[in-house]
Design a protein around this ligand. Structure first.
Ligand code: KG4
Ligand code: ZN
Length: 337
């Protein structure tokens, strides 16, 4: 079974062709980042307009690179939630039109489930396991029961992890998104040079939750203080100290979630899963078996959409053409969906 996947929930316009939920025949990602960089964030209006311009060539490139004839596609999978509503609508409407004209089934895919599926494209992993989704929009520690079901164990009570990296990077004037730049800067710094405050959230209802707004503010204040005097001397140390605390907080919650559930396997996903310190820290934990997607599958892509779509479509689960895009997942806090 060969599925065409389409992803347009934020600022990446992506299409991919995947066979049997695993074999990636093509994986095209068109990043709009240069259009959003001047604004230090994704501008929804620009994102949806750019998706309109690029969706057709991106899908055409994915089909052509896969070597699969359009008639041999068995179905289409497309992200329908959560994300920027205008961006989602471009991909969803395009997929519906294509499915209708080709007379192929289509399925709407939840972007969060797709990130949690990304590692399953590259490894044979059994359920249940823990999921760690860390990106610019999401921070989630989950008990993943199947390709379509998980329970939220922990999340952020304010900023997403990647968002905190991006806001700190903005203060450094490192461009957008700045997570990878902070990662590179931190390699040269002393991670113990600064002891920024950690939120005291680790009890009661918030046992597995994280918080980044206080840490972000403390880092920005520190940078302000050093701006004229010791900036050149301290900038790497500040980045390394910020990164250590931001990531150690996640590692702490993952360890707690593992002992509470008895699950040792942690499957990571999302842009921050590319972070070198996170990869190193989690790999060092002897009690955990941690699986990371390859770099191209960490950030937004359509291979994860097509791969997950296979599991629905192969079970005869199709979406109706009335399916609408949703910016948010209704009622999403502890249970999912
Ligand atoms: O998954 P993704 O492409 O998009 C969202 O769904 O948000 O993740 C993008 C996020 C950005 O916040 C970016 O700064 C962060 O992932 N990121 C990193 C690294 N590479 C990307 N954060 C920390 N370290 C990295 N190496
Ligand atoms: Zn994403």
């Amino acid at each position: 079974m060969i599925i065409l996947g389409i992803e347009s929930s934020c600022d990446e316009c992506a299409a991919a062709v995947v066979e049997k939920g695993k074999k990636i025949l093509s994986n095209i990602i068109y990043s709009q980042v240069k259009y959003h960089q001047p604004f230090y964030g994704v501008v929804p209006e620009i994102a949806s307009r750019k998706h309109l311009e690029t969706i057709e060539p991106v899908v055409a490139a994915a089909i052509s690179e896969s070597g699969v004839a359009v008639d041999d596609l068995d179905g289409l999978a497309v992200t329908y939630r959560p994300g920027l509503i205008g961006s989602l609508l471009v991909g969803l409407s395009y997929a519906k039109g294509l499915a209708m004209s080709l007379k192929k089934p289509f399925i709407g895919i939840d972007h969060i489930l797709a990130h949690l599926y990304a590692c399953h494209l590259e490894y044979d992993l059994s359920y249940p396991h823990l999921g760690l989704l860390v990106s610019g929009g999401h921070t989630l520690i989950a008990l993943v029961r199947s390709f379509e079901k998980f329970e939220v164990l922990g999340t952020t009570i304010d900023d997403a992890c990647g968002e905190a990296f991006d806001k700190v990077a903005k203060y450094y004037d490192l461009g957008f998104p700045g997570g990878a730049a902070i990662d590179r800067l931190a390699i040269k710094g002393d991670a113990r040079a600064f002891n920024f405050p950690k939120p005291s959230l680790h009890k009661g209802d918030h046992l597995f939750d994280v918080s980044y707004s206080g840490l972000k503010t403390a880092v920005v204040n520190q940078l302000d203080q050093f701006w004229n005097r010791d900036y050149e001397k301290s900038k790497e140390n500040i980045a390394a100290s910020f990164q250590r605390i931001a990531i150690d907080m996640l590692v702490d919650r993952v360890l707690k979630a593992s002992s509470a559930t008895g699950l040792k396997m942690v499957v990571a996903g999302g842009g921050v899963a590319a972070n070198s310190y996170l990869r190193k820290r989690l790999s060092e934990e002897a009690d955990l078996e941690v699986i990371f997607p390859s770099m191209k599958l960490c950030t937004d892509n359509a291979a994860m959409i097509a791969g997950l779509g296979y599991h629905f479509l192969s079970r005869g689960r199709e979406s109706d053409l009335n399916l609408n895009a949703q910016a948010r997942v209704p009622g999403f806090r502890r249970s999912y969906p």
